[in-house]
Design a protein around this ligand. Structure first.
Ligand code: ADP
Ligand code: ZN
Ligand code: ZN
Length: 723
């Protein structure tokens, strides 16, 4: 059938009127579901194909608002083109989640609903659907008794007992290697056993970086419920895989869904448990479209659907830490905090062992240039050399990829600025290019300074590529116990672009082909490296003085996580006789952040940060939203924001007395790909007041838009993660 010629039969009085959520173009101003006619009534949640403009699109029959019957005179609704027979309607809990998310994050219901559904659904014929829904049958006699279980440690047993007994939500605060994953496995098993329709959702920040987690869930649950009962959901999947997982979750065939932030919107009619692992991770916040926080939505969904929610982290977000501070300590006590301080096997040499000792190198006391380039202080270099000579592995962390952040001419001060952004182009030595990390603009490195012709243009600052090169040179003559030269390798976004490249490079580390691994934060996350005994952060100071108030929190989490990569195998550490170490090179060794890190003392760090935030009236003691405007000129961007702000005041919007509107300012990186960017911060001590204000403001923002010709787009970011 030709779908572009969708029937637009005139409205006949016998037909029913339906409200259908469809994905309308962003900022069309069409916020609510649209009206369609249908020859027969369809329950809310039914998946349908409907005409929209010249296209036929997927839609969801939505709960009809009261005023739907009164269609404006002369308006004739178009008719639903088809129903996806065989797919059960999306349940009320799912629709409530979508409605809430749309309302809270200031987007259209249809946009949120349709972004949560696999696009391939639209084109499924009933036959294809029937075929898809046939899947391997679960094991004939799923015996929950044969479940492989590990004897829990006392800390794990106490945590699981509380999760069993209380309603939650829970914040599982456990060191890296304390056995949090084992607690999740245990709780999932408890939630599913004896409840044939129960489902669990386990969310992780980036699934590609945690293949081990998926393997553990599969190993534990496939024997119980069949291979098909464990499915993944993440953006790296093909559309066909995504459809398959979605249908499995929707029909209940999938008992366990492992996924990234998008999985929070999965249709899970039997949801009984939600786990949000590494709950502090910034990747739970969607950064385009509806800018939702999957962690926050998980909490909301769990409460609505009566599912328990476990947030887990060794370095919780300050929001969650605050929310889990008990009333007895003056906190709100909204979450129940469960503490697992000990690493598995510490003491008996059979697990991940002790946390590494943190050593600070005071860069102010080091010779100004130690050898080639001078990134590595002599004591750190000596420590790395020693480890490599003993056959152990080291991890060196730097948060900037490329060779150097900028090329520079000492004669005329020319810098390799991106012509399209207010940022430098980063020098990548391996392919002799200058690349902008914001817009992607790439050029060949010029032979001489484009401004004055000086042939000696030099790299300024350091990236991972340079670190790798320098370290390889410094370790040139170092020999490993198996009598080969030391090998340095790098893992970052540049080396892992190709599919499978990351896995391949990690395999080389695991097999011991690599002695020193240089990388960005990518390598600090989750990997179970067995032979790494030393981790070093060579230049972490920048985060201490960032304009983003969350920078220290993120840095602390990253360094704690990186520290967790060292000494993961207590037997190996014991056999080698070399205790794990975390080295930090800093110009500010007395900084409180490092003092807390040195003692692995997250609570002390959090207490201090929270006190500062409270003093300054910042989250979690205040609620924020950003309105951002992109325009041809900075003036146009700011003018839109100013006009929107003025309009809000003139209209005397509700909540205004409790919402503070800051003046418009340029973003830290003001221009990207020739677009000027400005933002305006809104802050309120009351979440409800901010929400009321934003809802009332939305129509004024839409109305303001056509008056600003240079404006490219605007957006609202509720609970922004980066200011
Ligand atoms: P986390 O998720 O907190 O980093 P894991 O659950 O991965 O910790 O546990 C760390 C290591 O200890 C893993 O190798 C895991 O198999 C092992 N482990 C966890 N719990 C136990 C236990 N109760 N007994 C023995 N080993 C355990
Ligand atoms: Zn650029
Ligand atoms: Zn020059």
């Amino acid at each position: 059938p030709d779908r572009s010629l969708s029937p637009t039969t005139p409205h006949d009085s016998a037909a029913c009127l339906l409200c259908v959520a469809v994905s309308t173009p962003a900022h069309s101003g069409v916020g609510e579901p649209l009206s369609y006619a249908s020859p027969r009534p369809l329950p809310a949640g039914t998946l349908v194909r409907v005409p929209l403009g010249a296209r036929e699109v997927l839609g969801v029959v939505w709960d009809a608002p009261a005023e739907l019957a009164a269609l404006p005179p002369g308006m004739v609704p178009r008719t639903v083109a088809g129903v996806l027979e065989g797919v059960a309607p999306l349940d009320a809990a799912w629709r409530r989640l979508v409605s809430f998310a749309a309302r809270y994050y200031q987007r259209a219901v249809g946009e949120v609903a349709l972004a949560a559904l696999p696009p391939q659904l639209r084109d499924l014929t009933p036959e294809q659907l029937a075929r898809r829904l046939r899947r391997p049958a679960p094991p004939a006699h799923p015996s929950e008794a044969v479940a492989k279980t590990i004897a829990l440690t006392a800390e794990q047993a106490s945590a699981t007992a509380q999760i069993d007994a209380e309603r939650g939500p829970f914040l599982l605060f456990g060191s890296t290697g304390s056995g949090k994953t084992e607690v999740y496995l245990h709780c999932v098993q408890r939630a599913l056993a004896g409840h044939p329709a129960a489902q669990a959702l386990v969310m992780v920040p980036e699934i590609n970086l945690t293949p081990q987690l998926e393997a553990r869930f599969r190993e534990r649950f496939a024997p119980l419920y069949g291979e098909a009962a464990v499915v993944s959901m993440h953006s790296g999947m093909t559309p066909a895989q995504r459809l398959k997982s979605w249908l499995a979750a929707h029909t209940g065939a999938a008992r366990i869904v492992l996924g990234t932030r998008m999985a929070v919107f999965a249709s899970l009619p039997g949801l009984a448990l939600v786990v949000v692992d590494e709950e502090h991770d910034a990747s739970y916040k969607q950064q385009e479209g509806a800018r939702y926080s999957a962690r926050d939505l998980a909490l909301w969904r769990g409460r609505e659907q009566g599912a328990k929610v476990i947030l887990g982290s060794a370095t919780p977000s300050l929001e969650s830490w605050h929310a889990s501070t008990p009333a007895s300590e003056g906190g709100p006590g909204r979450y129940l905090r469960l503490h697992m301080p000990s690493r598995i096997g510490s003491g008996d040499g059979a697990g991940t062992g002790e946390l590494p000792r943190v050593r600070l190198v005071d860069m102010g006391q080091q010779p100004r240039s130690s050898g080639a380039g001078g990134v590595f202080s002599p004591p750190l270099l000596a420590a790395i050399t020693e480890r490599v000579q003993r056959g152990e592995q080291c991890l060196v962390l730097l948060n900037r990829r490329g060779f150097a952040p900028v090329l520079h001419c000492h004669d005329c001060s020319w810098k390799s600025d991106c012509p399209h952004c207010s940022a430098h182009q980063v020098f990548h030595k391996s392919d002799r290019t200058l690349r902008c990390h914001h817009c992607g603009f790439t050029q060949r490195v010029p032979r001489a300074c484009p401004s004055c012709g000086n042939p000696d243009i030099l790299p300024l600052g350091r990236g991972t590529e340079q670190l790798e090169e320098q370290l390889a040179a410094l370790l040139r003559n170092v020999i490993t116990p198996d009598r080969r030269a030391a090998r340095v390798a790098r893992i970052d976004a540049d080396t892992t672009r190709a599919k499978g490249a990351l896995e391949e490079q990690l395999a080389q580390v695991h097999s011991g082909e690599v002695d020193v691994l240089v990388g960005t934060q990518m390598v600090a996350k989750g990997h179970d490296f067995r032979r790494i005994t030393l981790v070093a952060a060579v230049q972490p100071d920048g985060a201490l003085f960032s304009s983003d108030f969350r920078a220290p929190e993120r840095m602390f989490a990253l360094l704690m996580q990186a520290a967790g990569r060292a000494g993961r195998d207590a037997r190996y550490v014991a056999a080698q006789g070399s205790p794990p170490e975390m080295w930090i090179q800093t110009w500010h060794p007395d900084h409180a952040v490092y003092a807390a890190l040195r003692r692995h003392d997250y609570p002390a760090f959090a207490a201090r940060q929270l006190a500062e935030r409270q003093e300054a009236g910042m989250p979690p003691f205040a609620y924020q939203a950003l309105v951002r405007a992109d325009a041809r000129t900075q003036e146009a961007a700011q003018a839109f924001l100013q006009a929107a702000s003025d309009a809000a005041r003139a209209a005397g919007l509700p909540g205004l007395d409790q919402v503070f509107l800051f003046p418009p300012v340029p973003l830290a990186i003001q221009r990207v790909a020739n677009v000027e960017r400005a933002q305006m911060l809104l802050e309120s001590p009351q979440r409800g007041a901010l929400q009321r204000f934003l809802a009332a403001w939305q129509p004024l923002l839409h109305a303001e838009r056509p008056r600003h010709r240079g404006l490219v787009r605007w957006l609202v970011d509720v609970d922004p993660q980066a200011i």
